[in-house]
Design a protein around this ligand. Sequence first.
Ligand code: UD1
Length: 421
Amino acid sequence: MDKLVIEGSRRLEGTVTISGAKNACLPILAAALLSDEKSVIRNVPSLKDIATMLKIFKNLDVKVHQDGGTITIEPKGYKKHMAPYELVSTMRASICVLGPLLAKQRYAEVSFPGGCVIGARPIDLHLKGLKSLGAKIKVEKGYIIADGKNLRGGNVYLGGHFGSSVLATANTMMAATLVKGVTVIENAACEPEVVDLATFLMKMGAKIKDHTTHRIIIEGVTRLHGAEHAVIPDRIEAGTYTIASAITKGDITLKNAKPEHLVAVIDRLTEAGLSITKVPNGFRVRYVKKLKPLDVTALPYPGFPTDLQAQVMSLMTVTDGISIITEKIYPERFIHISELNRMGADIQLEGASAIVKGVKALSGAPVMASDLRASAALVLAGLAAKGRTDVHRIYHLDRGYEKLEEKLTKLGGKVWREKEK
Ligand code: UD1
């Protein structure tokens, strides 16, 4: 297993190119299973999660070809309908093959994904969405078994205790494209990744209306054709480099980044005193003055993304004053706190809010990554800290950040990978 070593206290500057969005790419790849024809997906990041999805495809006897950032999927004639435990257990997002398999094969068996370190992560909304289309669903031996003999359009409200669900919206929308009749998804998620998926589905011939809103209307068609699509840039990766610039008092230009996907993040960070300005095909992030503490609440889009909550917390640990960071999507997503405190941060958890008292400096330490975004937060803390930080268990980072150490090194960071002894 590898670890990431960071020599901190170095200012980052230069240009970084943002990769394609993992969270847009995964459901888009799954959507290609709705057709018999070839689809070509571009701007695909080279990540462990994408490789896992392609393994699921191979397991289904779907031909895939990868050439750098371009993936060609040839689903012609595939008959299988199962996503096994061995693969689903390594990536929860594998659940997004459920809707396409059900709609295309009228039957699907997908391993129940289970919880993870950031919380229980139920799938009731996925099942509710598919049941509203007439699917008969049972859970047996750890598998969701979905029968779609009588699928037809339906109306469904997809709001849960924590608001809308990104992948439940994706699953229901994908399945609805191929069933007879009209489906209305109320309280649909409208994250840019859902919009990108809808855009791809429409290129395949799906009839979707109002896909940028919380009420998506889908009129089923009898078949979808193959399509070509370039996925949107990764707003979470862009947000992470934005914070990297802030925490190292740097000056980073993000190429291939869309500020319109990061409105809440830009709002909060400019409020703190960061300079963020648009440039052609991206934006520039400059530390120009001492930052102020912030109140941040992670909410569904267009609110501040939960996937950047841990990273902004790292920034607030070294920002003078008291910041309050509240998590409204995953109230247990705070495992990074204990690791940040090991580096000298002063953070206390009060219910679903973290009270962060800014300290003068963090000090490098060995720390343990617990999930993808918490790992990114530890890397950011390491970039700011005095001395050396060893981030263990970086397989989490490999799931979601393309060429992280290469990109940070190019910006002037001292970051490298070592084998664990
Ligand atoms: C996606 C993202 C993930 C991000 C999350 C929230 C992908 C691959 N992953 O995950 O990085 O953190 O959105 O922005 O796109 N919930 C239910 N029942 C369900 C489904 C979800 O109660 O059936 C709850 C979840 O526990 C959570 C909230 O709804 O509290 C939002 O989760 P959801 O949007 O579904 O997350 P994912 O789509 O799995």
